[in-house]
Design a protein around this ligand. Sequence first.
Ligand code: PMP
Length: 401
Amino acid sequence: LSTWSTVPAGPPDPILGVTEAFKADKDPRKINLGVGAYRDGNGKPYVLSSVKSAEDLIALENPDKEYLPISGLPEFTKAAAKLAYGADSQPLKQSAIAVVQSISGTGALRIGGAFLQRFFPHAKAIYIPTPSWGNHTSIFRDSGLEVKQYRYFDKKTVGLDFEGMKADLQSMPPNSIVLLHACAHNPTGVDPTPEQWVELSSLIAEKSLFPFFDMAYQGFASGSTTRDAFALRHFVKEGHQVALAQSFAKNMGLYGERVGAFSLVAADEEEKKRLESQLKIVIRPMYSNPPLHGARIASTILTNFELYSEWEAEVKGMAERIISMRARLYDNLVSLNTPGEWSHIKSQIGMFSFTGLTTPQTQTLAEKAHIYMTADGRISMAGLNAHNIDYFSESVSKAVK
Ligand code: PMP
């Protein structure tokens, strides 16, 4: 009898499973709108030219492959914090932000979860929005936190359930941990407005809640890294001691290089040092130290004036292509007299759109039109381009009629 005879087969990943189905489909019209990776105007993966230039610069230096410190490449963590918090951030200037490199955004959330589980001085529960990125629940549960939810998305308006969200924040026990998507909420594409963020910051302060920001899309949402950092920077300015998970997967197209950072705002430099020492103790038995190459790429871009400008323009380009696809999809659906209200396609932010398509409709689209998306009706806008958007619009219109 095998040692593993009682291990049951697990369910396939709901997002990565969509790609499997797509790959198996032989129809030339097929479209994959499942996975959240940027595609260029021809539907191809995109390596940023700022990234290629950074790699050329790195190659010229012929660097060694020694281990990084446990907390990562110092030039990278410094530049990542500056990008997120802003050069004029008070805690940053006071050297009061503890930062460690992470295995992209997922790893940052995992380090954060493990650190909170070990040191958060109140209930070890984290509240995430309904719905949220599917992996949040698993990451925080595996970190040893209890995962609870707060209202976020209103199915009726396909928008933010702001009143429901505030009511749920109000009724949380004081000192609860609250996960907030800093911008480009995944999967809904629905964000609070700046005014709503200001209100949320006050409410979270009043209730002494602890904000944990997940920022996987800085720059990718609006095209501006500053605008997309509004919520985080406002909270910090208002005195919140935040936790932050950053990813460079989307905004630098460094998906598989696994580049990210986790940070905590401390009271002062002395406290920051204590926090960093404990973050290292969390990381060391998990993976010892982080990967080198991607952090070199990101830090080269972030610290080189020319490359930084080139990168900013490329982030803007990606965001704008996505925004233009939103406009075109909306116009198409309207001119095809598609039943329903579609303005959310245009108002939603970031890589994804929560279309409002039902699970049966998504199944029809896969079977009849070879169009693949997650069963909740979420589409990756980046999968649309001038070549397939008309076919997509017509297929959606038919599926809804
Ligand atoms: N958080 C959110 C909300 C995301 O959408 C993603 C990417 N899908 C991540 C975190 C982390 O991704 P990665 O580990 O590739 O940086």
